[in-house]
Design a protein around this ligand. Structure first.
Ligand SMILES: *[C@@H]1O[C@H](CO)[C@@H](O)[C@H](O)[C@H]1NC(C)=O
Length: 138
């Protein structure tokens, strides 16, 4: 489960399905939970966007990741003037520590940005992306 938003506020729940028509909650990630159940990926953008993904400590220090109560906010830096030839804007990308197979995911996202230069997203992939496919959720 991955998130790479530029300014997203959300909570999410993961529900495991059984063969019967009932579902049981297996995991519920709300607000500050994301700081321990998801990992910030400080990696070059796999899709070659002009962005600089930072680790959790940097994201928290720069308030690009903010968690409190039932709220998680992830955003891109909007204050720094970038060099035309330098690295891209600091932003965040996180993935869940836990891997899910058969499941239902429920997201409660209060806001996702739109506009030029934004690419907010929530998606799921197999270990061998793109060969195992991708589910784009939001
Ligand atoms: C960090 O972001 C939150 C949410 O937008 C805001 O309430 C808070 O004041 C910010 N903290 C700092 C130090 O700017």
């Amino acid at each position: 489960m991955y998130f790479s938003p530029l300014s997203v506020i959300f909570t999410s729940s993961f529900v495991v399905s059984t063969l019967a028509a009932t579902y049981q909650l297996s995991d519920n990630h709300v607000g500050t939970d994301f700081l321990s159940t998801f990992v910030h990926e400080a990696i070059p953008d796999p899709t070659h966007g002009r962005v600089n993904y930072v680790d959790q400590a940097t994201a928290l220090a720069q308030n690009l990741t903010f968690a409190s109560g039932n709220t998680l906010i992830m955003r891109a830096d909007s204050k720094t003037t970038l060099s035309a030839s330098g690295p891209g804007r600091n932003s965040v990308r996180i993935h869940s520590n836990k891997k899910y197979t058969t499941h239902v995911s429920v997201f409660d996202i209060r806001h996702m940005p739109q506009g030029c230069g934004t690419w907010p997203a929530a998606w799921e992939v197999g270990d061998d992306w793109p060969n195992q496919g991708e589910v784009d959720i939001a």
